[in-house]
Each structure stands twice: as structure tokens, then as C-alpha cells.
Design a protein around this ligand. Structure first.
Ligand SMILES: [Zn+2]
Ligand SMILES: [Zn+2]
Length: 346
């Protein structure tokens, strides 16, 4: 038998069980379960979860919109945790450190994408809360090499958790929009857009926020975070946009966004899942408009983005829920009742 060596904090309270909200079948509510506390294997960390934000991708996993992966599974991939135990051969992490655990939980390290600096497209990845248990729990085990050090973050954990996906995927989407995109449209003003609007405004870009038609509160929220214009997704912005990012999972927004960008403009789809894109006239794409998607993240994105928010911390708006209220938090997110990000506290 192969034994893995673990190092526990001396004298630490060491409960033998953990709590987790578990998905057993798509479309069913998560169930609260007590489980034995896992030991980290070689190269892994066990974290005490301090906060875990709820991402739209968690809804897609729970609702069965994505191809079925591991079941049962504990969702959650926007985790802030404190290192509680180290597996063998872990370097660069200490017990008591605060780290973030994002969606990208493992890559193979040797496929063409990994070797080419695009580990977000790895051929054999493992994703947190999809292929391996995530942060809708009191504890989680993660690969140390994919945990992002948070340093002495002064912010409370619930305000850091949404940075781990909403922030990070938003950042990758913003980079995909291009440095020259000064007039930027954001479709869907949820957790990701509320963070990226602030980052982009600080870079001197003009933010145009598109919400569901008639969502006056959402539009006012966008303006309060620096948007120069906010309106319904069916409205035409006052000027053609240089680029647009679609965060909402609605394919019908694609032709609308293409119509809103100028010649040579770019539309970035930032989500993992979207409803079907309706047919649209070729003239919307013509004149070298581009339509691209963003998938996952790289660890380099994580380091870069965390450095950026350390220098210019955005206002992070959160609604917190107890871990046991995960189903309620997801229902609120699904119904558009959350302004900013929903975050679970174990
Ligand atoms: Zn790979
Ligand atoms: Zn996510």
C-alpha cells in the first residue's frame, strides 16, 4: 500500500468530518452531507474553505447544460481557503497561508496546448467542482500547483472569492477584446461584468453596459461602477463599440452585439455555455468583424489579474449565504436576483 505523508498543524483543531453540498444527479438539489475529512495526496493541499462564490458555470453543471462529468460532485470553483494540511512534496505553500482555487484544477503539462502557453485548452484537464470536488464545502483538497497564493490580502474572503472566476474569466475576456478596444460593451451585468467594468474603466476604457431590457436597477448599478452608458440589450449604444464581451448565456445576444460593434470590431463570448445563436445576416459579420470565445484560464492569467487587483482593488459587491443555503443562492442567481456575486460561507 502506498502511504502519503501529510503534515498537520500542531495542536490545530482537527475534526474528522467535513460538510459538503453534493450533486448526485443533474437537475436535483444539492444535498448536505457529512464526509470523512480527506487527506491530501502528494502534491495536494487540504484547505479549510473560508468562502466560495457561486458562478453561472455551477448552474450549468447542476442543471445538466454541460456534458456529464464526475458524479456525485461537490460544485464550486471560486474558493478562498486556508492551508490546513500539506501532502508530500508540496513546495511554496505553508500551513495557514490563504490561497485561491480556480476552475483550472489540473493540466497534463505535455500536450501541444500546455507546451504552447495555452494550458486553458489542455487536452486532459481537470476542473474544480466538475471533475474533482470543489468548494461548496467546509474543506477541499486541491493540487498545490494550481492554487493561487493570495498573500496578506486585507479584504475579507467573501470579497476575494468572486475574483477566482468572475474576475479571472472577465480578465481573460477583456484581454481577448484587445488593448485598442476603448469603447467596450458588456452584455449581462452580473458578477463578472461588475468587476471587469471597474478594471476596464481604470484602464481608461468607456464602458457600455447592457442588461435585460427594463432592468433599471441593473443599469443604475452599472453606472455607479463607472459605465458611461447603460441600457437594455435591445438598445443601440450612442456610438458604435470597438468591442463587446457577452457574459450572459444567451445566444440571441451575439447578433445584437455584432450589430453594436464598428467595422473590424470584435465580439467575445465569455461563458462556458450559451443557448443557440440564431441565424443572422452575413452583413453583421462582414467588414472584418470577429466573433471569438474564451475558454477557462491559465495560471498566468491568475497571477497577472491578482497583481492588477492588488494595485487597483475593485469594489466587490456580494450577497452571502450559509453553505447549507447553496440551493437558494443558485436559485437567486438563476432568477437574476443577485447584484454582484453570490458567495457561500461554510
Ligand atoms: Zn495539456
Ligand atoms: Zn466560473
Amino acid at each position: 500500500m502506498h502511504m502519503t505523508q501529510t503534515t498537520e498543524r500542531p495542536g490545530a483543531h482537527n475534526p474528522h468530518t467535513m460538510r459538503a453540498m453534493v450533486l448526485h444527479a443533474a437537475g436535483q438539489p444539492l444535498r448536505l452531507e457529512q464526509r470523512p475529512l480527506p487527506s491530501p495526496a502528494a502534491g495536494e493541499l487540504r484547505l479549510r474553505v473560508l468562502a466560495c462564490a457561486v458562478c453561472r458555470t455551477d448552474l450549468h453543471v447542476v442543471d445538466g447544460d454541460l456534458p456529464r462529468h464526475t458524479l456525485p460532485i461537490v460544485p464550486g470553483h471560486e474558493i478562498v481557503g486556508e492551508v490546513e494540511a500539506l501532502g508530500a512534496h508540496v513546495q511554496g505553500h505553508r500551513i495557514g497561508d490563504r490561497v485561491g482555487v480556480p476552475w483550472l484544477g489540473h493540466t497534463c503539462g505535455h500536450c501541444a496546448f500546455c507546451l504552447g502557453g495555452r494550458e486553458n485548452l489542455c487536452d486532459a484537464p481537470r476542473f474544480t467542482g466538475y471533475d474533482r470536488d470543489g468548494g461548496f464545502a467546509s474543506h477541499v483538497v486541491a493540487e498545490a500547483a494550481f492554487c493561487l497564493p493570495l498573500g496578506d490580502a486585507a479584504q475579507p474572503p467573501e470579497r476575494i472569492a468572486p475574483l477566482m472566476c468572475a474576475g479571472l474569466i472577465g480578465w481573460r475576456s477583456l484581454k481577448a477584446a484587445g488593448e485598442g478596444a476603448r469603447r467596450l460593451g458588456l452584455y449581462g451585468f452580473g458578477a463578472a461584468a461588475h468587476l471587469i467594468a471597474q478594471v476596464a474603466a481604470a484602464q481608461g476604457r468607456e464602458i457600455h453596459a447592457f442588461t435585460r431590457p427594463g432592468d433599471d436597477a441593473g443599469q443604475a448599478f452599472a453606472r455607479s461602477l463607472g459605465a458611461v452608458w447603460a441600457g437594455g440589450s435591445d438598445e443601440t449604444p450612442p456610438h458604435p463599440l470597438d468591442a463587446a464581451i457577452i457574459f450572459a448565456p444567451a445566444g440571441a445576444l451575439v447578433p445584437l452585439a455584432l450589430q453594436a460593434v464598428r467595422k473590424g470590431g470584435r465580439v467575445v463570448c465569455g461563458g462556458i455555455h450559451m443557448s443557440d445563436i440564431p441565424a443572422f445576416p452575413y452583413r453583421l459579420l462582414w467588414e472584418e468583424r470577429e466573433l471569438v470565445s474564451v475558454a477557462n484560464l491559465t495560471r498566468a492569467d491568475g497571477r497577472e489579474f491578482l497583481e492588477r487587483v492588488r494595485a487597483h482593488p475593485p469594489e466587490v459587491h456580494v450577497t452571502t449565504y450559509a453553505l447549507e443555503q447553496a440551493n437558494e443562492a443558485m436559485a437567486d442567481l438563476r432568477a437574476g436576483r443577485v447584484q454582484g456575486a453570490a458567495v457561500l460561507l461554510p
